[in-house]
Design a binder for this molecule. Structure first.
Ligand SMILES: [Zn+2]
Length: 319
């Protein structure tokens, strides 16, 4: 171990252990529920494939609601999930942002609909119509590509979907790709998809959930998001604990800022859900939010942590 590794974990460093090795070395999480202890499954996560999902979304161009690229990307995402999940429903709806009515679509994929426990995973798939944080004022009316702000979380979820298709979960797992997260100039025109989903939710109770947003930064660092700590501390413990056991060092054990994001609208409806987000991203809402600012390794750390959390939940049984 080098001096740097022995001290505080440096930003951007990643664990080099394979998930399979970690699973072999770490104790199996078991439980005393009827049927005895279950084995912890080690589900594979292909970081390079996840990165390709990120690049593919960006190849459609900016995914602003109401544009042809947005519709094309919607169809592609729906088809990708249909090839992996047991059920896929595209909820099309209109929502008002300022004086415009936007055509929006939440894409909802379900694995094992009969599962007793229920895990909800979300990310937003739309991109912002304005690069309002761009250093060059001439660029600020252009839409962003959203490699990190949008595509990264979706990319991780698509790869998690592939992994769950290969090794089906005993729980019900719902993946929701939210639309209209990043549209408005103010919060009233944002989070449109998660608001609609939360307000109309009539499905089975959710045991726990996580929203993934801005998780592709090459220099990934994920503190606890503060609303998550306040409203869903057990889920924070579950995800960050699983991350530690999966060797995902980007998840740091300190409290970060409060961030208004899709999870807040789920929390308001009583759905225990955390936000996994690295808000310290210099290219946020600029034209420079492009795939080269993201890395397969960062996506892999998040994907492995979430898959580990699913497997640990599965192995510990109902609680
Ligand atoms: Zn954004």
């Amino acid at each position: 171990m080098t001096a740097a590794a022995a001290g505080r974990v440096r930003r951007g460093r990643i664990a080099r252990y394979s998930p399979a090795l970690l699973c072999a070395l770490l104790p199996v999480i078991g439980s005393a529920h009827a049927g005895g202890a279950a084995r912890l499954k080690c589900r594979a996560f292909d970081s390079k494939a996840a990165y390709q999902h990120l690049v593919k979304q960006c190849q459609f161009g900016t995914r602003v609601p109401g544009t042809p690229a947005h519709e094309q990307c919607c169809r592609w995402l729906s088809e990708e999930l249909r090839s992996r999940a047991d059920e896929v429903v595209v909820h099309r709806f209109r929502a008002k942002a300022g004086d415009r009515w936007l055509p929006l679509a939440n894409i909802v994929a379900t694995f094992n609909p009969k599962g007793e426990r229920h895990i909800l995973l979300g990310a937003h798939w739309d991109t912002r119509p304005t690069a309002d944080r761009d250093p060059d004022p001439a660029n600020r009316k252009q839409a962003i590509l959203g490699a990190n702000d949008g595509a990264s979380g979706v990319a991780v979820l698509l790869e998690i979907a592939r992994s769950l298709a290969a090794d089906p979960p005993s729980q019900r797992v719902t993946i929701v790709l939210f639309d209209g997260e990043d549209y408005g100039e103010t919060a009233s025109g944002m989070f449109l998809g998660s608001r609609a989903f939360a307000e109309g939710y009539t499905g089975p109770p959710v045991s726990w959930g996580a929203v993934l947003d801005m998780v592709g930064d090459r220099d990934l660092r994920l503190p606890y998001e503060r609303y998550s700590v306040e409203k869903a501390p057990a889920v924070v413990e579950r995800i960050w604990g699983a991350a530690r056991r999966a060797g995902s060092r980007a998840f740091v054990h300190e409290v970060g800022p409060r961030i208004l994001d899709d999870h807040v609208f789920l929390l308001l409806r009583g759905i225990p859900c955390v936000d996994v987000i690295d808000f310290d991203y210099p290219h946020w809402h600029t034209l420079a939010d492009t795939p080269d600012k993201c890395s397969p390794e960062s996506l892999g750390q998040v994907g492995r942590a979430v898959l580990r959390a699913i497997s640990e939940d599965e192995a510990s049984g109902p609680s």
